[in-house]
Design a protein around this ligand. Structure first.
Ligand code: NAP
Length: 320
């Protein structure tokens, strides 16, 4: 079993920023990168709003640079997936498929994933006309008619963004009232390329890997009427799910599964366990805010370890 002062679980902007800071503090952190090394930004193209890159930078390049920077100061980045944690005993235990590590402090930065409707046909056609990322895939729908599911800010933002490429965007929402903020609603309502289908669920995605998406089967939730809707693409923008399954029962989560942190901090209910980035933030969800909270987690972990070590020294002196 290998022991580390700090283990960072997850490798998006939050985790890798925490790695840079803890590595520079000589804590030699272990970063267990997880299923999607680099996090959600690796599925985006041009990142235009990360400060310091006036010409923009490709998402995967930005994450590679962050990893390089962390390694330069001694971070040990491993492409391993954590399957279990034990925060009930100290040092904390963090297990992957093959190994169990121990740590004095743990930084949770496992991020969030897009939610899907849950249809078999939807899963089968991801990458063949079904997408959850307008920024990544919008370009492929130049001149096409496409549909988007959802009624929140993400759906309105993505619908508006997609009109740069698509000839027509139809928003399909399960109610007749949008959840999105007024300004985002107005932007979508005023866009001549966007139209709406209300009170309706997508119950099947039509097409194949060969043809791509050719249409949707829709059901009006009030009348129960089923109809076919021709379209060449489906974007799903129904929110995100924090990646916290492995933390159930180990750290406090809210009703929607986000890690609860003390307001204005990155401290969880377990001393020595910190959470940063999208796994604890359903509001801002930006690379720069994730990086900011990653920095906070690193500084707090460093102080925690310092206190722990000076406590150990005092105990050793007292017992001599
Ligand atoms: P959200 O606010 O939770 O909205 C999700 C939408 O998807 C809702 O309209 C919901 O319908 C619908 N939905 C959920 N599950 C569904 C399902 N299984 N089938 C069909 N429809 C389903 O999520 P979000 O839009 O991703 O926004 C999350 C947070 O990020 C919000 O706080 C938002 O303000 C923020 N955000 C802000 C911006 C911005 O300001 N630029 C951009 C994006 C996101 P119901 O309405 O019926 O529940």
């Amino acid at each position: 079993m290998s022991h580390y002062k700090v283990i960072i679980i997850g490798s998006g902007p939050a985790g890798l920023t925490a790695a840079i800071y803890t590595a520079r503090a000589n804590l030699s952190p272990l970063v267990l990168e997880g299923l999607q090394p680099g996090g959600q930004l690796t599925t985006t193209t041009d990142v235009e709003n990360f400060p310091g890159f006036p010409e923009g930078i490709m998402g995967p390049d930005l994450m590679d640079k962050m990893r390089e920077q962390a390694k330069r100061f001694g971070a040990n980045c491993q492409f391993e997936v954590v399957v279990k944690v034990d925060f009930k005993q100290r040092p904390f235990k963090v297990s992957t498929e093959d190994k169990t590590y121990t740590a004095d402090a743990v930084i949770i930065s496992t991020g969030a994933s897009s939610k899907w409707i849950g249809l078999e046909s939807e899963a089968a056609l991801v990458g063949h006309g079904v997408s959850s990322c307008a920024t990544c895939d919008g370009f492929f729908f130049r001149g096409k008619e496409i549909a988007i599911v959802g009624g929140g800010d993400s759906a309105m933002e993505e619908a508006t963004f997609l009109t740069r490429f698509a000839s027509k965007v139809t928003v399909i929402h399960r109610r007749d009232d949008l959840r999105a903020s007024k300004i985002m609603q107005d932007r979508a309502f005023n866009n001549p390329k966007i139209s709406f289908i209300w009170d309706t669920a997508v119950i099947d995605v039509l097409g194949s890997k060969e043809t791509g998406v050719t249409g949707l089967k829709l059901q009006n939730l009030k009348t129960k009427a089923v109809s076919d809707f021709p379209t060449e693409g489906l974007f799903v923008a129904i929110g995100h799910k924090p990646n916290t399954d492995i933390f159930q029962g180990e750290v406090e989560l809210d009703a929607t599964g986000y890690v609860v942190v003390k307001p204005g901090t990155v401290s969880t209910n377990i001393a020595g366990v910190y959470a940063c980035g999208d796994v604890q933030d359903h509001h801002y969800r930006q690379a720069i805010t994730a990086a900011g909270t990653g920095c906070m987690a690193a500084i707090d972990a460093e102080k925690y370890i310092e206190a722990l070590e000076s406590e150990e020294k005092t105990t050793q002196k007292a017992s001599v």
